[in-house]
Design a protein around this ligand. Structure first.
Ligand code: PMT
Length: 389
């Protein structure tokens, strides 16, 4: 998941880097947004280093719409520490700097605040009124709450510890697959002709990398087996194995699958490979043509389908150019799948290379779910939600 950590100008700002560290350790991507006053307590360099991302602190530094991009990027905004000032601004809809503008832009997405201020300020009816207003809008408060005014728990107005704030953030991200391991295959395969040439295809790996990310975001451990691509993934729950040929992918997938709850095979695997691979560069011979003899590669999906247990879920892809649904149904039956995700190359913006896709998810019992044209990330999320229930 992607978390934006907002930092305001209170002494507790020194704890913000620790919060960022805990969120990163749990596998989340983090970007920080700070007020000018916050940067009196904690430096830009610290926040950028610990988050591994640029800091957002100036409304106009990189154009005037960065708050909207950051809101689109983030799944949640956590303001820690939240001073009386930012709480007052948020409750009044004031947007006069980078962070207050971001809070207003975050409308419709989850926002958590960890108030921190002097106890007299905290007790002031204006602050309590603002807190109540924000809570009424669904903004979650961690740490001092109205009840604590009477009992003085924790020192009134003191910010919750970073562990407690991180816990609140993590528990609000639903991770239904946290006990499961999934296998994903992606990318093309290269089948060598000689030492410099191969038979390949246009798969970029984007669909499968997005699937791995969506499964990991839902809490799963993911084994991602990828053919040659230029993509990388940085998620503590994703293990990437790079392979080149269909036979290497077969070996990796069949070794990993028995320990998995399920597998999604989105790779564009070459059905055939040259029967021989020359260990040198083949030379052109006059005007003669050249004949390559091809032999069949193992079908990874069919192989997993023949060994899968009742408890395992197997999902294949089908890339079709005609008779799409009929062909996809055929593959689902023949390869003993639970679901098949059909891509039609007739759909504009779908399939190889592009950042978008449009699919039909077909279940074994014949149910169809059609997606509109969406980003591969959104399609991946939809597939993961469907095949994991
Ligand atoms: O990588 P991108 O650029 O993001 O593009 C994504 C994609 C278009 C590659 C992807 O969405 C997709 O459609 N993947 C399946 C491509 C394919 O090869 O389909 P197929 O109909 O030929 O194969 C059917 C299924 O059998 C697939 O799950 C495939 O992984 C699997 N298979 C095929 C042959 C083989 N020898 N072993 C296999 O496991």
């Amino acid at each position: 998941m992607k978390v934006v950590v907002g930092i305001t100008g209170g002494i507790a700002a020194y704890k913000a880097p620790e919060l960022v560290r805990l969120l990163k350790k749990a596998g989340h991507e983090v970007r920080c947004a700070a007020t000018g006053h916050a940067l009196q307590f904690v430096t830009r360099v610290t926040l950028e280093t610990v988050s591994q991302n640029p800091l957002y602190s100036d409304l106009f530094a990189s154009g005037s719409t960065e708050h909207i991009s950051l809101k689109d990027w983030g799944d949640m905004l956590v303001v820690a520490p939240a001073t009386a000032n930012i709480i007052g601004k948020a409750a009044s809809g004031i947007a006069d700097d980078a962070l207050s503008t971001l809070i207003l832009a975050f409308s419709g997405k989850p926002v958590v605040m960890a108030p921190a201020m002097n106890s007299l300020m905290w007790s002031h009816p204006a602050v309590q009124h603002n807190i109540a207003t924000l809570k009424g809008w669904g903004i979650r408060m961690v740490g001092p709450a109205e009840g604590e005014l009477a009992c003085g728990v924790n020192g009134i107005g003191r910010m919750a510890e970073p562990e407690e704030i991180a816990e609140t953030v993590l528990s609000s991200f639903h991770q239904p697959l946290s006990t499961q391991k999934w296998l994903v295959t992606t990318g093309p395969t290269y089948e060598r002709i000689d030492s410099v040439r191969f038979i390949g295809n246009y798969s970029s790996g984007k669909m499968g990398f997005a699937l791995a990310q969506a499964l990991a975001d839902a809490g799963a451990e993911v084994e991602l087996v990828s053919g040659p691509t230029s993509l990388a993934i940085n998620h503590p729950r994703v293990t990437l194995t790079r392979v080149e040929s269909a036979r290497e992918m077969y070996t990796a997938a069949t070794t990993i699958f028995p320990n998995c709850k399920g597998a999604i095979l989105s790779a564009a695997v070459a059905d055939y490979r040259p029967s021989e691979c020359a260990d040198h560069k083949l030379k052109k011979k006059g005007d003669e043509g050249m004949t390559l003899t091809l032999v069949q590669n193992p079908d990874i999906l069919a192989s997993l389908g023949s060994t899968k247990t009742q408890e395992q879920t197997l999902v294949g892809f089908a890339l079709e150019t005609d008779h799409e649904l009929e062909n996809a149904h055929g593959k689902l039956q023949r390869k003993n799948l639970d679901y098949i995700v059909m891509n039609s190359l007739r759909d504009k913006g779908a399939g190889f290379g592009v950042d978008t896709n449009k699919v039909t998810i077909i279940s074994r019992d014949g149910h169809h779910i059609e997606s509109p044209l969406l980003s591969k990330q959104e399609v991946a999320k939809m597939i993961v939600e469907t095949v994991t229930h």
